[in-house]
Design a protein around this ligand. Structure first.
Ligand code: C5P
Length: 230
């Protein structure tokens, strides 16, 4: 019974402005991908990590993750797809084909490179406890407005009932496979599971699991490292 983490890392990362795949962008000299994969393996409950790389960066991502396998698990790298959902589906198909005892599957963005091990363990424990789909979340600090195409406000959802969604998201392998069978694109995998009518459970996330998208986020990550809070 293996826990397999799929890491979609095939994005071009244009909003970061580095001219390279976001997952290869270094923070204090260490690429985001290396930090993300190491974090998953160091959590102590993940046996395999499958990385979906930009097709032109498969070799580079193999090279930077090669030394991590000794940290207690295996790392596999394959070419990702055109959209995030395609990258996840390709990595899932690889895991189910090549890792025979895959039972729990996590999906974790390489861009959430500073996710604490405790968050990974909370997600895996909740799936092991019988929840077919589990996501880490945080409460909303800001009020959120729903707007129409012209930017006019149409609704103000109750903030107390809203959550910010992070990764890793955890699933039983069969539920994630069924979710991806639809071929629908989604910004997160739990969204596809919801469409199946399968319940999605939440566990507590962590501020350090923020998604690094912009140069500002990168500066925050560097400050976290300098301040010793990761
Ligand atoms: O672009 P965004 O930050 O939303 O992407 C989220 C994650 O999905 C990133 O880790 C990115 O590398 C990954 N991705 C992917 N394949 C794509 C596009 C994005 O694996 N084709």
């Amino acid at each position: 019974m293996s826990v397999v983490a799929l890491v979609p890392a095939a994005g071009r990362g244009e909003r970061l402005g580095y001219g390279m795949a976001k997952a290869l962008v270094p923070v204090n000299g260490v690429p985001l991908l290396v930090r993300a994969v190491r974090g998953l393996l160091d959590a102590g409950c993940v046996q395999h990590v499958v990385v979906a790389a930009p097709p032109s960066d498969v070799d580079a991502m193999c090279t930077v993750t090669a030394s991590l396998a000794s940290a207690g698990g295996a790392v596999h790298v394959l070419a990702g797809g055109a959209e995030r959902t395609d990258s996840v589906r390709l990595a899932l198909e690889y895991a189910l084909r090549e890792i025979p005892d895959t039972s729990i599957v996590l999906v974790h963005d390489a861009a959430r490179a500073f996710t604490p091990g405790a968050v990974v363990r909370r997600v895996v424990e909740a799936v092991r406890a019988g929840h077919p789909a589990v996501i880490p979340v945080l409460p909303m600090a800001d009020t959120v407005k729903q707007v129409d195409a012209d930017g006019a406000v149409v609704a103000t959802p109750d903030r107390a009932a809203l959550r910010i969604v992070q990764t890793p998201q955890g699933f039983t392998a069969d539920v994630l496979l069924r979710a991806h069978a639809s071929g629908v694109q989604a910004t997160d995998d739990a969204g596809l599971v919801e469409r199946l009518g399968v319940p999605v459970t939440t566990v507590e996330g962590h501020a350090n699991a923020m998604k690094i998208t912009t140069p500002f986020d990168l500066a925050v990550a560097e400050a976290l490292l300098t301040g010793g809070t990761t």
